[in-house]
Design a protein around this ligand. Structure first.
Ligand SMILES: [Zn+2]
Length: 147
Protein backbone atom coordinates (compact mmCIF):
# COMPACT_ATOMS: atom_id res chain seq x y z
CA UNK A 1 0.00 0.00 0.00
CA UNK A 2 1.53 3.24 -1.10
CA UNK A 3 0.09 6.62 -0.45
CA UNK A 4 1.03 7.92 -3.83
CA UNK A 5 -2.45 8.56 -5.06
CA UNK A 6 -2.65 11.88 -3.31
CA UNK A 7 -3.21 14.33 -6.09
CA UNK A 8 -2.28 17.94 -5.65
CA UNK A 9 -4.50 20.08 -7.75
CA UNK A 10 -3.04 23.11 -9.34
CA UNK A 11 -3.04 26.10 -7.08
CA UNK A 12 -1.56 29.55 -6.80
CA UNK A 13 -1.52 32.28 -4.24
CA UNK A 14 -2.37 35.90 -4.64
CA UNK A 15 -1.31 37.87 -1.62
CA UNK A 16 -2.46 35.75 1.27
CA UNK A 17 -5.26 34.11 -0.64
CA UNK A 18 -4.74 30.68 -2.10
CA UNK A 19 -6.62 29.61 -5.14
CA UNK A 20 -6.99 26.09 -6.35
CA UNK A 21 -8.30 24.56 -9.49
CA UNK A 22 -11.68 22.91 -9.06
CA UNK A 23 -11.41 19.14 -9.18
CA UNK A 24 -14.37 18.94 -11.46
CA UNK A 25 -14.40 21.91 -13.78
CA UNK A 26 -10.98 23.48 -13.28
CA UNK A 27 -12.41 26.79 -12.20
CA UNK A 28 -10.17 28.50 -9.63
CA UNK A 29 -11.66 28.91 -6.23
CA UNK A 30 -10.42 30.29 -2.92
CA UNK A 31 -9.08 27.62 -0.59
CA UNK A 32 -7.38 27.28 2.75
CA UNK A 33 -3.68 26.54 3.11
CA UNK A 34 -4.16 22.86 3.74
CA UNK A 35 -6.51 22.13 0.88
CA UNK A 36 -5.35 19.52 -1.58
CA UNK A 37 -8.44 19.35 -3.70
CA UNK A 38 -11.48 21.52 -4.00
CA UNK A 39 -14.69 21.84 -5.83
CA UNK A 40 -15.97 25.25 -6.71
CA UNK A 41 -19.35 26.30 -5.40
CA UNK A 42 -20.93 25.53 -8.74
CA UNK A 43 -19.76 21.97 -8.71
CA UNK A 44 -20.66 21.56 -5.06
CA UNK A 45 -24.14 22.70 -5.96
CA UNK A 46 -24.27 20.29 -8.85
CA UNK A 47 -23.14 17.45 -6.63
CA UNK A 48 -25.74 18.35 -4.06
CA UNK A 49 -28.40 18.47 -6.71
CA UNK A 50 -27.33 15.03 -7.85
CA UNK A 51 -27.36 13.68 -4.36
CA UNK A 52 -30.61 15.28 -3.41
CA UNK A 53 -32.45 15.60 -6.64
CA UNK A 54 -35.31 18.01 -6.83
CA UNK A 55 -37.42 15.03 -7.75
CA UNK A 56 -37.24 13.89 -4.18
CA UNK A 57 -39.30 16.74 -2.87
CA UNK A 58 -41.83 16.14 -5.59
CA UNK A 59 -42.26 12.49 -4.73
CA UNK A 60 -43.00 13.41 -1.16
CA UNK A 61 -43.71 10.36 0.89
CA UNK A 62 -46.44 11.00 3.41
CA UNK A 63 -45.45 9.90 6.88
CA UNK A 64 -48.90 10.55 8.23
CA UNK A 65 -47.37 13.24 10.36
CA UNK A 66 -48.37 16.81 9.77
CA UNK A 67 -45.86 19.47 8.91
CA UNK A 68 -44.34 20.79 12.09
CA UNK A 69 -45.39 17.75 14.14
CA UNK A 70 -42.08 17.89 16.00
CA UNK A 71 -42.93 21.32 17.32
CA UNK A 72 -46.17 20.12 18.81
CA UNK A 73 -46.27 19.70 22.57
CA UNK A 74 -47.76 16.31 22.07
CA UNK A 75 -48.10 14.35 18.94
CA UNK A 76 -49.21 10.74 18.64
CA UNK A 77 -48.69 9.08 15.31
CA UNK A 78 -50.90 6.42 13.81
CA UNK A 79 -48.81 3.67 15.37
CA UNK A 80 -49.32 5.11 18.83
CA UNK A 81 -45.82 6.53 19.13
CA UNK A 82 -45.97 9.52 21.42
CA UNK A 83 -43.80 12.54 20.78
CA UNK A 84 -43.35 15.53 23.02
CA UNK A 85 -41.98 18.33 20.88
CA UNK A 86 -40.58 15.78 18.51
CA UNK A 87 -39.00 13.66 21.21
CA UNK A 88 -40.22 10.12 21.27
CA UNK A 89 -41.78 9.11 24.57
CA UNK A 90 -41.32 5.39 24.36
CA UNK A 91 -43.00 4.74 27.67
CA UNK A 92 -46.16 6.42 26.49
CA UNK A 93 -46.45 4.41 23.31
CA UNK A 94 -49.91 3.08 22.76
CA UNK A 95 -51.36 4.89 25.74
CA UNK A 96 -52.84 7.77 23.83
CA UNK A 97 -55.13 8.10 20.86
CA UNK A 98 -53.33 9.13 17.72
CA UNK A 99 -53.45 12.78 16.85
CA UNK A 100 -55.94 13.52 14.13
CA UNK A 101 -54.20 14.85 11.12
CA UNK A 102 -56.20 16.72 8.60
CA UNK A 103 -54.87 15.94 5.16
CA UNK A 104 -52.96 18.76 3.59
CA UNK A 105 -54.88 20.79 1.10
CA UNK A 106 -54.09 19.66 -2.36
CA UNK A 107 -52.68 22.39 -4.46
CA UNK A 108 -53.79 22.24 -8.00
CA UNK A 109 -50.73 23.03 -9.97
CA UNK A 110 -50.85 23.11 -13.66
CA UNK A 111 -47.81 21.19 -14.61
CA UNK A 112 -46.78 21.19 -18.20
CA UNK A 113 -45.21 18.14 -19.64
CA UNK A 114 -41.84 18.39 -21.29
CA UNK A 115 -43.53 17.93 -24.63
CA UNK A 116 -45.86 20.85 -23.97
CA UNK A 117 -42.96 23.00 -22.86
CA UNK A 118 -41.01 22.19 -25.99
CA UNK A 119 -44.04 22.97 -28.11
CA UNK A 120 -44.51 26.29 -26.35
CA UNK A 121 -40.85 27.11 -26.85
CA UNK A 122 -41.10 26.19 -30.48
CA UNK A 123 -44.18 28.35 -30.96
CA UNK A 124 -42.42 31.23 -29.28
CA UNK A 125 -39.41 30.84 -31.48
CA UNK A 126 -41.56 30.71 -34.58
CA UNK A 127 -43.36 33.86 -33.51
CA UNK A 128 -40.00 35.57 -33.03
CA UNK A 129 -38.86 34.44 -36.44
CA UNK A 130 -42.05 35.68 -37.99
CA UNK A 131 -41.58 39.04 -36.33
CA UNK A 132 -38.01 39.26 -37.52
CA UNK A 133 -39.07 38.25 -40.97
CA UNK A 134 -41.79 40.88 -41.02
CA UNK A 135 -39.30 43.51 -39.91
CA UNK A 136 -37.02 42.54 -42.71
CA UNK A 137 -39.89 42.73 -45.17
CA UNK A 138 -40.90 46.14 -43.88
CA UNK A 139 -37.35 47.28 -44.20
CA UNK A 140 -37.10 46.09 -47.77
CA UNK A 141 -40.46 47.55 -48.70
CA UNK A 142 -39.49 50.81 -47.14
CA UNK A 143 -36.33 50.94 -49.17
CA UNK A 144 -38.20 50.14 -52.33
CA UNK A 145 -40.72 52.88 -51.57
CA UNK A 146 -37.94 55.34 -51.05
CA UNK A 147 -36.10 54.26 -54.12
ZN1 LIG B 1 -16.11 23.40 -10.49
Amino acid sequence: MTRKNKIEYHSYTEGSIRYMSCMTCGHYTVVGDSATGVRCSNCVMKTMMNQYPVEESKSYKPTGRPAGWHWMNEFVDKDGNVFHKGKEMKKLKGTLPSTKVSPPKKKKTKRRTKQQMLLAMDAERKAELKKAHQKQKDFINHNIDKG
